[in-house]
Design a protein around this ligand. Structure first.
Ligand code: GDP
Length: 313
């Protein structure tokens, strides 16, 4: 799914491989290949420029100086490998290394996760897949169907709950979502639940209402579950490219978003959106959705992602 991105890194590596000494001109040519493929992959221009400037600065300082021999001994890493490693490390840094999945509260206390995002981005599906993922890892879960404006949405989450064998607190159509959240929070505490995942409305009549609504749900979750919500995940649809970033604004105005879940990464060859989102929002990507099936979710790991990118042979 990252062919476009991989292409540039592959040709840059080919350009440099076998060379004992790398010149600044060779670095510039390699970076040109990478630039084209990053832009084709829908990475925002300012992100591309910042990334290339970083790599260039370091490459001139490090890679250009790397020679095949040093202190009379053979250097283990060739200039081309050194360059690839440099790109890899810079990409990992760009995406906020090491973060993966949900961080659980210590001492078995419930961890509450509030999911926000536009209707249609894949929120319900992602919640179902996350529930399955953590249930398989021995966690006790509870889901809350807080989108009481859409009966179909609540039904859909209830179906996912049945499918993965996780209880779902479902409100009545039109019920105040905050009261559903309060019930769910109480149940989570009483039943010793490890992870409560709360679905929220993705679209109301106007954005102002949506903002107020989400603020309220956030507040109520805080009252019902100590320290909650511990994580607010913004669900973004990868196939929307840069629009996904713009559409995130309303949610970020409403609540303190702490991380991203990126759905439908399988549906785009332009995986570059991952880079732009991570960089633009300064938020860690927690999960990626890679299909419609129950197991099609991965905790996002920047190192794994770049390994996939650089696995060029
Ligand atoms: P919601 O309205 O945000 O709750 O969105 P849904 O969960 O109903 O998902 C909308 C559509 O996107 C459904 O057809 C899902 O099967 C599909 N979908 C969700 N996540 C993924 C994913 O990671 N990959 C693919 N290919 N489809 C997905």
């Amino acid at each position: 799914m990252f062919e476009v991105l991989t292409k540039g890194f592959r040709s840059a590596r080919a350009r440099l491989s076998g060379k004992q000494v790398i010149t600044e001109t060779a670095i510039d040519e390699a970076l040109r290949d990478i630039r084209v493929s990053l832009l084709e992959a829908d990475v925002a221009l300012h992100v591309v420029n910042a990334f290339l400037a970083q790599v260039k600065e370091k490459a001139i300082g490090e890679v250009v100086q790397v020679k095949a021999k040093k202190d009379g001994r053979k250097v283990e890493i060739t200039p081309a490998e050194h360059f690839v490693k440099l790109c890899n490390d810079e990409l990992v840094a760009l995406m906020g290394a090491g973060e993966r999945g949900i961080e659980f509260e210590p001492g078995g206390r419930p961890t509450a996760v509030m999911m926000v995002g536009l209707h249609g981005t894949g929120k319900t599906t992602t919640i179902g897949k996350m529930a399955h993922f953590y249930k398989n890892r021995g966690k006790k879960l509870l889901l809350a169907a807080g989108d009481t404006y859409r009966a179909a949405g609540m039904d859909q989450l209830a179906i996912w709950g049945e499918r993965v064998g996780v209880p779902v607190v479902v409100g009545k159509p039109g019920q105040d979502p905050a009261s559903v959240m309060f019930d769910a929070g109480k149940q989570a505490l009483e039943q010793g639940v490890d992870l409560l995942i709360a679905d929220t409305a993705g679209r109301l009549h106007t954005n102002v209402n949506l903002v107020d609504e989400l603020k309220k749900v956030h507040r109520v979750l805080g009252k019902a579950v100590p320290g909650g919500p511990h994580e607010v995940l913004l669900l973004l649809d990868s196939t929307m490219g840069q629009n996904a970033v713009r559409q995130a604004d309303v949610f970020r105005q409403a609540v303190d978003v702490t991380g991203i879940a990126l759905a439908k990464l399988d549906g785009t060859a332009k995986g570059g959106v991952v880079l732009s989102i991570a960089r633009d929002m300064g938020l860690p990507i927690r999960f990626v959705g890679v299909g419609e099936g129950i197991d099609d979710i991965r905790p996002f790991d920047a190192k794994e992602f770049t390994r996939a990118l650089f696995q060029v042979d």
